[in-house]
Design a binder for this molecule. Structure first.
Ligand SMILES: [Fe+2]
Ligand SMILES: [Fe+2]
Length: 182
């Protein structure tokens, strides 16, 4: 298992550029958290880059992410990677009992939301602040497909205050602004 192969697999299954960028955003956040916690950065990046790789082919629950997980199993991806990926979909009822699973869950919806906040700004993510993200979280009409409950719950499970978590993820995404088109 290595990052290049995982990226290749994701590109093979995912042609939609916005969906690819979503996985890059989660990758940026998870790499930063892996460094912060002294964990295996490449493994966490692989989890991030593959967490929605099957979504374009299997967009409905529970096919996503269970079909993808079967593909990963055939390709020899380890149990902990597949378990973390299954855990990001709460309806799978796979407990998020590892740090990598908790971080994936905490970053997934938030990355989508931060992207939605940044993309409509003249300077995109360059000058996006936590206060602006929090204001938008309260605006139910904005990015209504993003589940606010999951963002809050994700930070709680991770044990990081929400503001701090938002700030951390903004910074991680900002460092990768070019790749994210932000
Ligand atoms: Fe997903
Ligand atoms: Fe996702």
């Amino acid at each position: 298992m290595n990052y290049e192969d995982a990226l290749g697999l994701m590109h093979e299954y995912t042609k939609n550029e916005a969906l690819r960028k979503h996985m890059y955003a989660v990758e940026a956040a998870m790499r930063s958290y892996a460094r912060k916690y002294g964990e295996d950065e490449e493994k966490w990046a692989i989890v991030a880059i593959l967490h929605d790789f099957d979504y374009e082919m299997y967009p409905t629950a529970p096919d996503h992410p269970s079909k993808g997980s079967e593909i990963l199993k055939e390709k020899g991806y380890p149990e902990d990677v597949r378990r973390a990926i299954l855990g990001h979909a709460s309806y799978m009822n796979v407990p998020r009992d590892s740090k990598v699973a908790q971080v994936l869950y905490a970053c997934d919806e938030l990355c989508g939301f931060i992207n939605a906040c940044a993309i409509i700004r003249p300077n995109k993510i360059v000058d996006l602040e936590v206060s602006s993200v929090k204001k938008k979280l309260k605006d139910k009409a904005f990015a209504r497909n993003v589940n606010r409950e999951e963002i809050i719950q994700g930070a709680q499970e991770l044990g990081v205050p929400l503001d701090e978590h938002i700030q951390f993820v903004i910074e991680a995404m900002r460092q990768n602004a070019d790749r994210l088109g932000l």
